[in-house]
Design a protein around this ligand. Structure first.
Ligand SMILES: Cc1cc2nc3c(=O)[nH]c(=O)nc-3n(C[C@H](O)[C@H](O)[C@H](O)COP(=O)(O)OP(=O)(O)OC[C@H]3O[C@@H](n4cnc5c(N)ncnc54)[C@H](O)[C@@H]3O)c2cc1C
Length: 392
């Protein structure tokens, strides 16, 4: 919410915050979730001043992809998790002196007129309600956006299609993956979890589908992890378990008057292709520079009409792309012969045959990655069910 014209950074310390970022939870992202941070996002983020936090290879690995990715941008993607990125962004915003970030303050309702927006907010701990008057209000309040509904907009499409569990765990899986490093490990048989590498080889997010409304308890999560790895004695520490659901929906319009929506509020889709937070950050970039130009008198207010006009088609495209990818991933199992009626023994025979076929080439990239020192342990070959590893 911009409460005043955007001052230059030099003026900022003497001024009241010009941007109030309300968030109803007591902290920032508490689980990893988003991680693949794409090139465009890196370009946005690196327009901010500050030290470089981390650099690691993720998408664009391999000679063929590297050329394509390098042609698209000077930046390469990072495997940078949401719970690590958000504090960096928050610190950078606070350091400008122009931003206030009250945690535990929940947006309740709004009214708007020609001159501004009045937002009703509750401080959740005390129950104290107050009103904020702002020039503009941005609803970046996620997949259950209250702001979107308060301005009479909604997403169009299918909601809550495939309930999922994400379990953030510590478990040392080095012996199963050291010889085929990747950012994601897909199990083509849905009976097994898929794996996202959080921290080298011993911190992971495991994900799998569950029946609607089902939240697995500690024992069920541990059992699923051990089953998926194929090691009934694997030491597993659970850091967090969250549930979410795949949707396939986007809003056709993102704004009404002085209120704008962005992020999951307006596009809801599976994480396939890592399009969620990357698209949200691109939305946010649009909603940063355009209001700034209007508030500083450089541009006419009609510039803000382009926000919805330009971002909504991109959101729809992203939603469709992510959903198409889910279908493509799902068809891999059937393509290699793993069908619901296939017996467990037949599935293993199929997987072992493929496993043997790729044994000497490596799996990350035929041209670039060849396993040398880290050879696949024989036991892992028998047991590991994370059949495919690749920087998808
Ligand atoms: C398992 C998983 C893996 C993913 N992987 C990737 C990936 O690799 N790359 C990628 O780009 N994306 C990925 N995503 C998607 C990504 O996490 C989301 O798209 C992204 O977090 C959306 O950002 P957002 O700011 O719109 O919403 P959110 O991150 O949901 O943030 C919404 C914020 O609004 C606050 N809020 C909600 N209601 C109110 C209210 N009434 N008042 C005040 N505050 C409120 C919440 O507290 C929260 O802080 C993944 C998602 C999942 C579940």
């Amino acid at each position: 919410m911009a409460t005043d014209a955007f001052p230059s950074p030099a003026q900022a310390p003497e001024r009241a915050p010009v941007l109030i970022v309300l968030t109803r939870h007591p902290g920032l992202a508490h689980t990893p979730r988003a991680h693949i941070t794409d090139q465009r996002t890196l370009e946005f983020l690196l327009t901010m001043e500050g030290p470089e936090v981390a650099r690691t290879t993720a998408w664009g690995a391999g000679l063929k992809d590297q050329t394509r990715y390098r042609r698209a941008s000077r930046r390469l993607p990072l495997n940078l998790f949401q719970h690590e990125l958000e504090p960096v962004l928050a610190q950078a915003a606070l350091a400008t002196g122009m931003v206030d970030l009250p945690h535990g303050h929940e947006f309740l309702d709004l009214t708007q007129d020609d001159g501004g927006v009045d937002a009703t907010v509750v401080e959740r701990r005390s129950g104290h309600e107050y009103t904020v008057r702002a020039d503009y209000l941005v609803g970046a309040d996620g997949a259950n956006s209250r702001v979107l509904s308060r301005i009479g907009l909604s997403v169009r499409g299918e909601m809550d299609l495939v309930p999922q569990v994400s379990a953030w765990i510590k478990a040392n899986l080095t012996r199963y993956v050291a010889h085929r490093p990747g950012a994601l490990y897909w199990a083509v048989d849905p009976d097994y979890a898929m794996w996202t590498v959080v921290n080298g080889f011993d911190e992971w997010v495991a994900g799998w589908s569950v029946p609607r409304g089902h939240v697995p308890d500690h024992d069920e999560v541990v059992a699923k992890i051990r089953h998926s790895v194929g090691d009934p004695r694997l030491a597993v520490e659970i850091k967090a378990v969250s549930t979410w659901s795949m949707s396939h929906a986007a809003a056709d319009q993102y704004s009404v008057g002085r209120v704008f929506c962005m992020g999951d509020a307006v596009h809801r889709h599976p994480p396939a292709n890592a399009l969620g937070s990357n698209t949200s950050i691109a939305d946010g970039y649009d909603l940063a520079w355009k209001p700034r130009l209007v508030l500083t008198g450089v541009a006419d207010a009609s510039l803000l009409d382009t926000c919805s006009a330009e971002r909504a088609p991109a959101g729809r495209q992203v939603v469709d792309r992510a959903f198409t990818s889910v279908g493509q991933f799902q068809s891999i199992g059937a393509t290699i012969g793993l069908r619901p009626e296939t017996t467990q023994a037949e599935k293993w025979a199929t997987v072992r045959a493929l496993d043997d076929a790729t044994d000497d080439r490596g799996t990350v990239d035929d041209l670039e990655y060849r396993p040398s020192t880290a050879r696949r342990p024989r036991t892992a070959r028998r047991r590991c069910t994370a059949c495919s590893s690749s920087p998808v």
